[in-house]
Design a protein around this ligand. Structure first.
Ligand code: SF4
Length: 350
């Protein structure tokens, strides 16, 4: 069955028109359905009051409304709320996560694009949880609409920083961005969307062309080739120098800054020399740098950094890098807040 949330705006109109006609209803029902779908999003077609019962029944027989089943959610003492969803396939590897992060007036949804991740970064819980495939466009959109409906907190920002490498599910990502930003669908501002990647040069270029207003974040974590190969194995295929060339082109083409993400791993990438090397490597790129303290989990071979060592690294970097350097608060640690930790923690024993 077709999942309506996977359809681009024109495809939706065509598909809805056919269904409405089959149910013997007038064409103004198409717009009623569109509003229900993108603006209010109930749990089931049967809840779409105002549509005739016969049309609701026909829609339920013909289409999938929510491809993700709600599994559980956990609320952190800092307000961060993490959701675990079960994919329709129904196996454990099909569980995915999304996170809602409130911060003053901002409400950020952190969205997944893959079930697990094939990149296997050594500091990331998702990488240890295996990989079972790309999410469909409808599954990406469903995270947004289900969180919105379940919390009544509409997002002010959307970040693709959940499970998976977004640029490895490129078609799904581009379609989702279209549905998120089209005024006939979710109508979300492109400027408030961030795509975070470990770096695939040609796809960064394509993304810049297709959605120049969407912000780019690059997971840096190391600038030494050997260390980055180890931490971010996709670096073996797409070396950092090539990635940074694409990032420079992105900044030139879009007029936007990029954000470099850097997870601090004690004794691995947090020396004063590391800080100087980072500043030197990205010099000339309009950017800010987000430092994130590593959030430990059982499988990872790293320790949690002390606040003192993180501040020392930040100060060292701040002294040699021209852009903003921020030390990001770790959110939702009490609920396995980092990407992939909740699903790893809730895997049934084998
Ligand atoms: S950090 Fe991103 S790319 Fe690396 S394993 Fe985790 S989800 Fe995948």
């Amino acid at each position: 069955m077709t999942a309506l949330f996977g359809l681009l705006a024109d495809e939706f109109v065509e598909t809805a028109a056919r269904a409405v006609k089959e149910a013997g209803e007038p064409s103004y029902r198409i717009d009623q359905l569109r509003r229900w779908l993108y603006e209010r999003t109930p749990q089931a077609f049967s809840d779409m009051e105002g549509l005739p019962r016969s049309l609701r029944d026909h829609l339920a027989e013909t289409f999938v409304l929510h491809p993700l089943d709600y599994d559980l959610d956990m609320l952190s003492e800092d307000g961060t709320r993490k959701f675990l969803w079960q994919r329709e396939q129904g196996n454990d590897a099909g569980r995915i996560e999304s996170v809602l992060i409130p911060d003053g007036d901002r409400v950020t949804y952190c969205i997944s694009t893959q079930a697990g991740c094939p990149v296997k970064c050594t500091f990331c819980a998702t990488g240890y949880g295996g990989f079972s495939g790309n999410l469909s466009t409808a599954e990406i959109i469903d995270q947004v609409v289900q969180i919105r409906t379940r919390t009544s907190l509409a997002p002010t920002n959307l970040v693709f920083m959940g499970m998976g490498e977004p640029l490895l599910n490129f078609d799904g990502l581009l379609r989702a961005l279209s549905i998120m930003t089209d005024s006939r669908q979710l109508g979300f501002g492109s400027r408030r969307i961030t795509v975070s990647t470990v770096g695939i040069p040609e796809r960064i270029r394509q993304l810049s062309r297709a959605f120049p207003q969407v912000k780019l974040a690059l997971s840096l974590h190391a600038v030494d080739q050997g260390l980055r190969d180890e931490l971010v194995p996709l670096n073996l295929k797409y070396p950092l120098d090539e990635v940074l060339d694409a990032v420079r082109e992105h900044c030139d083409a879009t007029g936007k800054k990029v954000t470099f993400e850097y997870v601090i791993l004690p004794g691995v990438n947090d020396s004063a020399d590391d800080a100087k090397a980072v500043a030197s490597k990205v010099r000339g790129i309009p950017a800010s740098i987000n430092l994130i303290g590593f959030n430990p989990f059982d499988e990872a071979p790293y320790r949690k950094p002390s606040l003192k060592s993180m501040l020392a690294f930040r100060d060292e970097l701040d002294g040699s890098f021209a852009g903003d350097v921020t030390l990001r608060r770790s959110r939702g640690e009490d609920i396995q807040g980092a990407c992939g930790q909740l699903s790893l923690k809730n895997r049934p024993a084998t």
